[in-house]
Write a protein that binds this ligand. Structure first.
Ligand SMILES: [Zn+2]
Length: 332
């Protein structure tokens, strides 16, 4: 056999081998494809899914502090407390925050100088780390005001202008009204709108009708409204409800209060507008949770005795205490 014939045979063999391998491979691929299809449809293979991060949830707690406001906005990153209830209610709020595992608060907003909003803030400032304190800038000579001012460092203090805005994690918030033109401290309340995704909240302090009119032309369409001034008849008028179109309204009020709040006129307007009402005196703590698309409402109805203890004014509390002493003495 000469050399050229030898190479020809060698080449033929190599080609044969390659062709056979390719044929075998193509059969194998077909088999593998068929096997994969069978496994896929039989559910043995996991269906590939796009990874999506779970949407962040924020919670807004309307804490039951009797007659007064205290609202805690809890996000994964930053938190805000709006008002601290009356004198002596700071401890109630601190206990509440401790139960939530809160270590610090980024923003404390004191809507105005009245004691049912500023009263417990000195305890808050002593009891937990607060990064920034927002106040309306109106001074006062009350003990409540003095006690709080003593606890604030000047570098912590922000006197915001209307339009001041910032964020709480992915949620945005904005000051809709911050001027102090009125002689009535209620009308000087800092008003805040919080937006997270499609869900909006409006926190109105004690801002009554004249005050509401100041930001009526802003974008104030929200889902959740903190009713101004504990459900006072002078606020939350029909114009305001037409612009805000809330689905739910929260009234921070005590079961018995010397002001007779919430006033029936306010309740009637909210009901006529189809707004679902939640009240601290009837529902206890009210918690609105949202992922930015939808929201849920949870309430904790406290024990009747606790509710009365928190909410009665001094005269009726005296009667109740006498009654309980009488009952204890009579063995009932
Ligand atoms: Zn108030």
């Amino acid at each position: 056999m000469n050399a050229s014939r030898f190479y020809l045979i060698y080449l033929e063999n190599v080609l044969d081998f390659l062709v056979s391998t390719l044929i075998l491979l193509s059969y194998a691929m077909k088999e593998i494809k068929i096997l994969l299809i069978i496994l896929f449809f039989s559910g043995c293979l996991p269906i590939p899914q796009q990874k999506r991060a779970a949407p962040m949830e924020i919670s807004v707690h309307f804490i039951n502090v009797g007659q007064g406001d205290a609202i805690f906005i809890d996000t994964a990153k930053d938190d805000m407390l709006i008002d601290c209830g009356n004198n002596g209610k700071g401890g109630v709020i601190l206990d509440y925050l401790q139960d939530l595992g809160v270590q610090d608060i980024k923003y404390l907003v004191i809507t105005h100088i009245h004691p049912d909003h500023i009263g417990g803030c000195d305890e808050i400032l002593r009891g937990i780390i607060v990064d920034k304190v927002l106040m309306d800038g109106q001074g006062d000579r009350s003990d409540s005001y003095r006690d709080v001012i003593k606890e604030i460092d000047i570098e912590e203090l922000i006197i915001p202008e209307t339009g001041y805005d910032s964020s709480l994690d992915s949620a945005r918030w904005e000051v809709l009204k911050a001027n102090i033109d009125s002689n009535n401290p209620n009308e000087n309340s800092i008003v805040i709108r919080l937006i997270y995704g499609d869900i909006g909240f409006l926190f109105t302090g004690d801002c009554d009708e004249a005050c509401e009119d100041e930001f009526l032309d802003d974008d104030i369409d929200v889902e959740v409204l903190k009713v101004a001034h504990h459900g006072c008849k002078d606020g939350t008028d029909n114009d305001f409800l037409q612009k805000t179109t809330p689905e739910i309204a929260i009234i921070q009020v005590a079961a018995i209060n010397k002001f007779g709040k919430p006033h029936q006129e306010c309740i009637d307007r909210l009901e006529a507008a189809g707004v679902k009402i939640y009240r601290n005196d009837l529902n206890g703590n009210i918690i609105v949770k949202t992922n930015g698309n939808k929201y849920t409402v949870e309430t904790t109805l406290p024990l009747l005795k606790q509710r009365f203890k928190d909410s009665l004014n001094s005269r009726t509390r005296g009667v109740l205490e006498s009654m309980s002493i009488f009952r204890e003495n009579s063995g009932n």
